[in-house]
Design a protein around this ligand. Structure first.
Ligand code: SAM
Length: 260
């Protein structure tokens, strides 16, 4: 591994501490009946810890230079796919899984949000995501109404399930050492939670609500959805109009959405 040319553009900060790697797999609740998807195999340290507990693991890695290292590990229940997980269609990814699966990953930070949204919005088989993310992103994910980090990510994740931070991880645990600390977040998916709500329309609504943090929900909805202010005020009420999106819980936002 010492000869590997670490690529910053791919977010290559690897883990080696076996206790930490095992702890992440335990946080994910992986058992020998589980199939696991990993995004970003790196040198395969987390892949090996997953393979040790899971039925099987499929791991995507964008950097072809790591192929020799990964195949050299000789992990019998691991399949490595060399390609960009973000650009691979959900259908293509899920061909590797005949039933439900868990995602476990030390994510490349530059694609954290799009990757989370991709799996929340497009997957029909994923049951949980246990992911190492930048500490600040983890705090945004679990934030509740009124909190400074509360926003689209927090709302949409509680729409699709629930999230907890399982552990904080100091930057010194990675090689090379990044300039941020990290945390592991576990997101459990509950697909039936709001199954009567059109998720694409709701996602668009939430993004509009939070588009300008300092503006009222009325102004944001009117400009974001291209709807006349009077019509919105009539549908959601004068009092609601004066508040900002961050003043509303998921349930309250759903009520406003249904009103419109
Ligand atoms: N899992 C390893 C570990 O914990 O040591 C590596 C984690 S490192 C933070 C992220 C890995 O994701 C890197 O190996 C990087 O090359 C890979 N990667 C970056 N972008 C990717 C993408 N779009 N699709 C698949 N892998 C990607």
């Amino acid at each position: 591994m010492s000869e590997h040319n670490f690529k910053k553009k791919f977010g290559q900060n690897f883990l080696t501490d076996k206790n930490l790697l095992d702890a992440i797999v335990r946080d994910a609740g992986v058992s020998n009946e589980d199939s696991v998807l990993e995004i970003g195999a790196g040198a395969g340290a987390l892949t090996a810890a997953i393979a040790n507990r899971a039925k099987n693991v499929v791991s995507f890695e964008i950097d072809k230079d790591l192929e020799g290292e990964l195949l050299g590990l000789g992990l019998k229940n691991a399949t490595f796919v060399f390609g960009d997980a973000l650009k691979t269609s959900m259908e293509q990814i899920e061909k590797y899984f005949d039933k439900e699966y868990k995602l476990v990953a030390n994510l490349p930070y530059y694609i954290t949000s799009p990757l989370i949204f991709k799996f929340l919005e497009e997957s029909g088989k994923i049951t949980s995501l246990t992911i190492m993310v930048q500490k600040e992103v983890a705090e945004r994910i679990v934030s509740k109404k009124g909190g400074k980090d509360y926003g689209v990510l927090s709302v949409m994740i509680s729409f699709f399930g629930s999230a907890v931070i399982t552990r904080y991880v100091n930057r010194k645990m990675f090689y090379p050492v990044p300039n941020v600390d990290s945390a592991v977040v576990k997101i459990e998916i509950d697909r039936d939670k709001y199954k009567n709500i059109d998720k694409d329309k709701f996602a668009k609504f939430v993004k509009a609500c939070f588009s300008m943090r300092r503006k009222t929900i009325l102004n944001n909805l009117s400009s974001g959805l291209g709807v006349n202010k009077k019509e919105i005020a009539l549908a959601i009420g004068e009092e609601t109009c004066k508040k900002r999106a961050e003043d509303f819980s998921l349930e309250e936002l759903i009520e406003i959405f249904n009103g419109i």
